[in-house]
Design a protein. Structure first.
Length: 70
């Protein structure tokens, strides 16, 4: 996903996926933490980065073949 806003500051980027961290006055800070837990539970990774020209993008990867359950 990509947006064309102001991007993500370095301070925010370090905490972006933490539970209860939010930059919104009425935010709960759970959305990206939940997304990360879902992606990681399937053996994947998620990241965010600023994009040249403005804005930010989020991307995730998932393995093509799931790992066996322990």
């Amino acid at each position: 996903m990509r947006d064309y806003g102001v991007g993500i500051s370095e301070e925010v980027r370090e905490r972006l996926f933490e539970q209860f961290f939010t930059t919104k006055a009425k935010g709960l800070g759970m959305g990206l933490a939940i997304v990360r837990s879902i992606v990681e539970s399937h053996g994947g990774t998620i990241a965010a980065e600023n994009v040249e020209g403005g804005g930010a993008q989020f991307y995730f990867t998932l393995p093509a073949k799931p790992e066996p359950l322990a």
